[in-house]
Structure formats: structure tokens, C-alpha cells
Design a protein around this ligand. Structure first.
Ligand code: NAD
Length: 297
């Protein structure tokens, strides 16, 4: 059954290419649409590296209609621009079979927004599938129910993802925006840099070598039970009023951007001296770490 299922991925970038390879390795036939021929070529050039995957499972297309016409599942992984995604979902609603699930991998744009220009009947089959990078390695996928998503579409999506071995979690409401947990921490980390409490290196060192170490096995709510809810409430009375409530990007971030320090693409961001070799070493370390943690589970 799994071998007969068909995925179409919209966007052959970082996430789209990895998603295509992941589903192909699990036995799905995969089509990928991208207007950028170079992105499609990279996709195919990367294929032989995936040992064991039957060749021809991933086919690249410049035209959306060709890529999605017979899909069981479409995952949109195009750039994070609301108008572009809205336009794509109008086209996807028209070009795909009525039984096809239409999923967005958007990081923070709500399911309701990407499907805003789609009629009610088609909006029922639009859901969010929020994968984490690298999606083939990180087990979890959030399956997000938009205000018009049909429960059956959510169930089908959860089953498809569990069928390829992902840990799919049903997010029951399309909170605006998503990704709150991660950016709550990033806001506080940048506020500490802004206020001159710590350097960026020190903030990261504190997180990586203290509570960051346990996060993969101990979630914050389990942790609250461990320390006790009375102590947690007492701590919150003191800490919460002091936490950052910034509603704009921090000046730690905007000042660097104004200086052209965009992160690894510019060689500098919060850290300086990003070279290709350093980035590659960091990525390799991250992958090794995640693999080790998962193996030990
Ligand atoms: N990078 C991450 O860590 C990450 C994690 C989770 C979710 N996401 C989300 O996934 C989506 C894709 O992110 P990414 O990092 O892979 O981006 P990316 O920039 O690497 O890739 C986007 C691709 O979409 C293509 N594209 C542009 N217009 C298109 C169109 N009309 N039709 C089809 N393809 C088109 C581009 O040519 C490019 O190849 C975004 O919504 C992003 O927020 C990214």
C-alpha cells in the first residue's frame, strides 16, 4: 500500500528536497515542482547519495499541474511568503484530486492564511505539516488543524506520516503564529544580549551545557512535575514579571542586520568568522548528536 502512495512537493529547497528524499526512501513515488531548474537539478544530482533508494522515485517538474495531478498528498515547501502560498493553494485546490491532502510546511504562517482564498469544500483538505530541519532526522511532525480542516483530513495525514515512521502530533488549533516555544526562548536569549547581561557565546554556552542537555529527554512540563508545582508557582511569581515581553525584533538582531551581519550567509551574525568549513563541521556535529540521542531511546 505504502509503495503505491504518491507525494508531490512544491519547492525543491532545503526542506522540500529533504522531504522528497525521505518519502521516496519510505517507498512513495515523489514529484517535485520548482520554477528554478537549478534547484531541480540539485535534487537529482543529490539522489545517488541516498543508497538503497530506487532511482526514478523522485521526478522534478517546472509545471505545478504536472507535479500534482495524481497526488495523494501535496506538501508545500515554497518560500515563507503569505501571498505566494495563498496563490499556490488556489492552484493546488484546482489541480489536485478531491481526495488529495494539501499540506503546508510553513513555519509561522497559519493554515487559515495559506488557505484564505480557497472555497470551503477544498479548504477541508488543507492542513499544516510542520517538519523540523533536517526533516529526515528529526522524528516529530506537527499536524496542524486549521479552522476549516476536516477531522478526516487530519486523521489521514497523521496515518500517512506515521506510515513512514514519523512521530506525528496533532496540534488541535491553528494558533497564530506557530513555533511559539522556540521563539519564546530565542526572544529571551536575545534580550539578555541586548541588556548586556551575557555575550551571545555565553547565552548559548549556558543553554547548551545546562537545561538544554536535558530537553531531549525531559520536557518542561514533566520537569515542573519533578520539581513540584508549588515550587514552580513560587519561581514564576518572581521570574515571569521580569521576562522579556518585546513585541519587536530585538536590537541585538536589528543592529547586526543593519551592519550586514545576516548570519552564516554573510560570514557573521551573532558569531563572527563563519567559514564554509566551520558551518559544515557544525552541521555534522548536529546530525551526529541527534542520531546518537535517537539511537539511545
Ligand atoms: N528551513 C527550515 O529550517 C524550515 C523548517 C520548517 C519549516 N520551514 C518552512 O518550509 C518552507 C520552505 O523553506 P526552505 O527553507 O526549504 O526554503 P528554500 O528557500 O530553501 O526553498 C524554497 C524553494 O521554493 C522554490 N519556489 C519559489 N517559488 C515557487 C513556486 N511558485 N512554486 C514552487 N516552488 C517555488 C524556490 O525556488 C526554492 O527552491 C518555508 O515555508 C519555511 O518557513 C523551513
Amino acid at each position: 500500500m505504502a509503495g503505491e502512495q504518491r507525494l508531490a512537493v512544491v519547492g525543491a529547497g532545503l526542506m522540500g528536497a529533504a522531504l522528497a528524499r525521505m518519502f521516496a526512501a519510505a517507498g512513495w513515488s515523489v514529484r517535485v515542482c520548482d520554477p528554478d531548474q537549478a534547484a531541480l537539478e540539485r535534487l537529482n544530482a543529490d539522489l545517488p547519495a541516498n543508497a538503497g533508494m530506487p532511482t526514478g522515485r523522485i521526478v522534478g517538474h517546472r509545471l505545478l499541474a504536472e507535479a500534482v495531478a495524481d497526488a495523494d498528498l501535496v506538501i508545500e515547501a515554497a518560500p515563507e511568503k503569505p501571498a505566494l502560498k495563498q496563490q499556490l493553494f488556489v492552484q493546488l485546490a484546482a489541480l489536485t484530486p478531491a481526495s488529495c491532502i494539501l499540506a503546508t510546511n510553513s513555519s509561522v504562517i497559519p493554515v487559515a492564511t495559506v488557505g484564505a482564498q480557497v472555497d470551503d469544500a477544498n479548504a477541508q483538505r488543507i492542513v499544516g505539516t510542520h517538519f523540523w530541519n533536517p526533516p529526515d532526522l528529526i522524528p516529530l511532525v506537527e499536524v496542524i488543524q486549521g479552522p476549516r480542516s476536516a477531522p478526516a483530513a487530519i486523521e489521514t495525514t497523521l496515518a500517512m506520516l506515521r506510515g513512514i515512521g514519523k512521530q506525528a502530533v496533532h496540534v488541535r488549533r491553528d494558533v497564530v503564529p506557530g513555533n511559539r516555544l522556540q521563539h519564546a526562548l530565542w526572544r529571551e536569549a536575545m534580550a539578555l544580549v541586548d541588556e548586556g547581561v551575557c555575550t551571545p557565546e555565553d547565552v548559548d554556552a549556558i543553554i547548551k551545557n545546562s537545561f538544554g542537555l536535558r530537553l531531549a529527554v525531559l520536557g518542561p512540563l514533566e520537569n515542573a512535575d519533578l520539581v513540584g508545582l508549588e515550587l514552580t508557582a513560587d519561581i514564576h511569581k518572581v521570574v515571569l514579571p521580569q521576562l522579556s515581553r518585546a513585541t519587536e525584533p530585538s536590537s541585538a538582531l536589528t543592529q547586526r542586520l543593519a551592519r550586514g551581519e545576516r548570519g552564516i550567509s554573510a560570514g557573521a551574525g551573532f558569531y563572527s568568522g563563519w567559514t564554509e568549513a566551520r558551518v559544515a563541521a557544525l552541521r555534522a556535529r548536529l546530525i551526529r548528536h541527534v542520531q546518537r540521542v535517537l539511537q539511545e531511546r
